[in-house]
Unconditional design. Structure first.
Length: 69
């Protein structure tokens, strides 16, 4: 199953559109920006050390593959 880590008002919308067009199953993990700094939350840095999105995590039988921008 694919998991898309999505930060509001970001380019990760494009990945969601692509997955919809390809009709692939996926889950979305949503994050919200800090209203003052417009940065992502600290939890996002656990997935992407730079705090950038999109991040896609593919869990397969062979393990886990994480792709980040």
């Amino acid at each position: 199953m694919l998991t898309v880590h999505h930060l509001e008002n970001s380019r990760s919308h494009r990945i969601i559109w692509l997955l919809e067009e390809l009709k692939l199953p996926y889950e979305i993990k949503k994050y919200h920006r800090n209203s003052k700094t417009m940065l992502g939350p600290k939890e996002l840095k656990q997935v992407s050390p730079l705090g950038k999105v999109p991040v896609i995590v593919d869990d397969t039988e062979d393990g886990q593959l994480t792709l980040a921008e």
